[in-house]
Design a protein around this ligand. Structure first.
Ligand code: GTQ
Length: 354
């Protein structure tokens, strides 16, 4: 037998085996098993906060340099510092800040990626979905689901900025990206603003089999105005004590099935009364938050991040999150929980009172 440093040790023989196999794309699982099948999530993504004022200044500078038409979408990508080169904010999701200046149009296209828009600033720009405009106001949620035509226009007098949330990395993961452009800058009008809200937005829908059913049956609604979700959230807050881990929380739903807003993305809003601190909670859905109202602190695995209005915060999968409200704090959040629940992957863990 050779000694432990000899050419015939197990390690040396294995290394020789690996070297022979490598050019033929064969590798030993036992060297990587612990890193592949981890006992708990080990997200490479990091907790990160983008300050709105800083991002906004750079976005407006881009607005001086390139038009929405030329860019197709004039967007600053919020890339997670732990996922360089991926354009991803979490391993499954994308986030970007989009700017449309007065008079501009972001031309009509459609793609297999699902998108949400959460308005950060400005009033009166429109996102048209299959030819029906949603007139956007601050903190409105607008959806452009998988394969629905959409274009954006800004007939208002001021810049319009919103957060784009898409499932780009998920679609890339499945190698299922398709996209096409319409030959026209904007989709021909098919319905006036508010038409879908009237037909599908009030716990009603067009009578089955009638000609009035004009939207896709599986996902008809695409505009969730701030006024209306805020009123519901504050009514809940007035009615009962906050959930210890979440505060008052309401999920946006798809009226067709009571499920999340899109097949891959779920979204919700939270309210924390002034001075309230949540108990720590972790969940498998890495989440992008927008501060809608107020200020506070996010404590993620013990590390504090101050939160101010319009800041954007990403909290990766399975990090312990505690929220402290310095004033009344209202947050919007989106995550891949919709996809994870379908796949049987979603888990959460709630710390109990010490
Ligand atoms: O508005 O369709 O931020 O296709 C990234 C990709 C926005 C959009 C983004 C897109 C869009």
């Amino acid at each position: 037998m050779d000694g432990p440093t000899g050419a015939n040790t197990q390690a040396a023989q294995l290394e020789a085996l690996y070297a022979e196999m490598r050019p033929r794309s064969l590798y030993p699982l036992w060297e990587v098993l612990a890193a592949l099948v981890t006992p708990t999530p080990r997200s490479p993504s990091q907790t990160h906060r983008w300050t709105y004022a800083e991002a906004r200044a750079w976005l407006l500078r881009a607005g001086d340099l390139i038009s929405a038409e030329q860019a197709e979408r004039r967007v600053l990508i919020l890339e997670n510092p732990g996922l360089p080169g991926t354009s991803a904010v979490t391993p499954s999701l994308y986030a970007g800040l989009q700017l449309i200046l007065p008079g501009e149009v972001a031309p009509c296209h459609r793609h297999t990626q699902c998108a949400l828009r959460f308005v950060m600033e400005g009033s009166g720009a429109t996102t048209s979905v299959d030819g029906e405009p949603a007139v956007m106001h601050p903190f409105d949620l607008v959806l452009t689901p998988n394969w629905q035509w959409h274009d954006h226009g800004n007939p208002s007098a001021g810049p319009m900025i919103w957060l784009d949330g898409l499932d780009i990395p998920t679609v890339r993961h499945f190698d299922a990206s398709f996209a096409e452009k319409l030959d026209l800058p904007a989709h021909p009008p098919t319905a006036p603003a508010g038409d879908t809200a009237a037909r599908y937005g009030h716990n009603l829908r067009p009578f089955r089999g009638s000609t009035a059913a004009r939207r896709p049956a599986a996902l008809p609604l695409f505009h969730y105005p701030h006024d209306s979700w805020r009123q519901s959230l504050l009514a809940l807050a007035a009615a009962e004590a906050p959930d210890p881990h979440l505060g008052h929380a309401l999920e946006f739903l798809n009226p067709a099935d009571g499920g999340p807003i899109m097949p891959t993305i779920a979204a919700h809003v939270r309210h924390l009364p002034a001075g309230f601190t949540t108990l720590p909670r972790r969940a498998t859905d890495g989440t992008v938050f927008v501060v809608v109202e107020g200020h506070g602190t996010a404590v993620v695995d013990g590390e504090e991040t101050p939160l101010a209005e319009r800041d954007i915060l990403v909290v990766p999968s399975w990090r312990s999150l505690t929220l402290q409200a310095g004033s009344r704090l209202i947050l919007f959040g989106y995550s891949d929980r919709a996809a994870q629940e379908k796949l049987g992957l979603f888990r959460e863990s709630k710390a109990h009172n010490p």
